[in-house]
Design a protein around this ligand. Structure first.
Ligand SMILES: Nc1ncnc2c1ncn2[C@@H]1O[C@H](COP(=O)(O)OP(=O)(O)OP(=O)(O)O)[C@@H](O)[C@H]1O
Length: 344
């Protein structure tokens, strides 16, 4: 396993910067998630690391070796794609064994057998080793796809939204499995997604991409609690952070230059209308089964908050609303910390 170092990496397609001066260190044994919306440059970053694209500027090092101009095979990265790319006519066993059969590897049949069975165990597919790939469910196919990457023990695993084509239940099962596999094997893993739950649940660290630029890097908790901008704050959290113009609800000591206040559920205290900072009205109570969203109208603005499903809240009720340590942002979207002023 190896660490990965990207320095000033840029890539342009048709005069559009897909990756813009990206520098990043991924540590040995880390589960690093690149999170960003569609077109942010996630796949291009992975392809630059794998050697499937050449950068216009910058460098890529893997395990301390500059591989910017090396061929993909010399970089020894295993790629797992969104769509499982199995050989349909082969059995699960042969699909797993395939990457080990290269003459360059010079592995004996016995060694291959041990390795295939070990990996099959890791991805919980041992019971299907003799089935043809076409006889598997989507989740099983993706597990074989992941197994096929694991079997090689490469320098680094690159995963491009490998769970996005699966249904919700399978996605959540495989999220846990991937995290377990990564922890058990100590693999260095770079995973790209636009799914904040995948990022929050699996990442050791998250990097947030905006138009090809890496705008913040940190643990899931750091990114959630301490976003550097409105853009980053809106990437994580369900329901999404509420953004209110400054002054709508008294927020205590607003730093000079505050233009927008970011309000998540944990920043709100609902109480008696007479003893709260603002008067509000409950709009819709949206029950989603495992979560209840509370829509609250305050001074002509709507907030969506997470509610305790056990508390009886009915629509159209008047409530009081106060803020507790919300997030402050300047007009350009940059975060302003309490006690600090906006950059001019
Ligand atoms: N081969 C290419 N030729 C031209 N433009 C490309 C090519 N590959 C990517 N792009 C452009 O580069 C930008 C970044 O694309 P990229 O696929 O890296 O984004 P992404 O974050 O992975 O998005 P998604 O989540 O939709 O896969 C986009 O504007 C895309 O259209």
């Amino acid at each position: 396993m190896a660490d990965v170092r990207l320095k000033g990496l840029s890539k342009t397609f048709n005069k559009r910067l897909a990756v813009d001066d990206l520098s990043l260190d991924i540590r040995h044994g880390e589960f690093f998630v690149l999170l960003g919306p569609t077109g942010a440059g996630k796949t291009t970053t992975l392809r630059l690391i794998a050697g499937l694209e050449r950068p216009d500027k910058g460098s890529v090092s893997i395990g301390g070796r500059d591989v910017t101009h090396s061929e993909p095979a010399e970089r020894d990265c295993a790629f797992v794609f969104q769509q499982y790319s199995l050989y349909p006519h082969l059995t699960v066993y042969d699909n797993l064994a395939f990457p080990l059969k290269s003459p360059l590897r010079r592995l004996s049949k016995e060694d291959i057998d041990v390795r295939v069975r070990e990996v099959a165990e890791t991805v919980h597919i041992s019971h299907k080793l003799d089935s043809k790939a076409t006889q598997l469910s989507g989740g099983e196919m993706q597990r074989v796809g992941i197994g096929r990457a694991l079997v090689r023990r490469p320098n680094i695993y690159l995963m491009d939204e490998p769970l996005s084509s699966l249904d919700a239940r399978l996605r959540s099962d495989l999220r846990l499995e991937l995290k377990r596999i990564q922890q058990d094997t100590g693999a260095t893993l770079l995973y790209v997604t636009h799914d904040q739950i995948e990022a929050m649940t699996m990442a050791s660290r998250i990097g947030i991409l905006e138009n090809g630029r890496l705008v913040q890097c940190g643990t899931p908790r750091e990114i959630y609690e301490n976003p550097a901008s409105v853009y980053v704050a809106t990437r994580l959290g369900t329901p999404r952070i509420n953004l209110l113009p400054a002054g709508v609800i008294p927020a205590g000591s607003e730093p000079t230059g505050t233009s927008v206040i970011g309000v998540r559920t944990e920043h709100v205290v609902l109480g008696d209308p007479s003893s709260s900072a603002s008067k509000a009205r409950i709009g819709k109570v949206e029950r989603l089964g495992d979560q209840t969203f509370l829509h609250v109208d305050v001074e002509g603005h709507k907030l969506v908050l997470l509610a305790d499903p056990h508390v009886a809240l009915e629509a159209d009720r008047a409530v009081g609303l106060s803020l507790r340590a919300p997030l402050f942002f300047a007009a350009d979207g940059a975060r302003i910390h309490a006690g600090q002023e906006a950059r001019q």
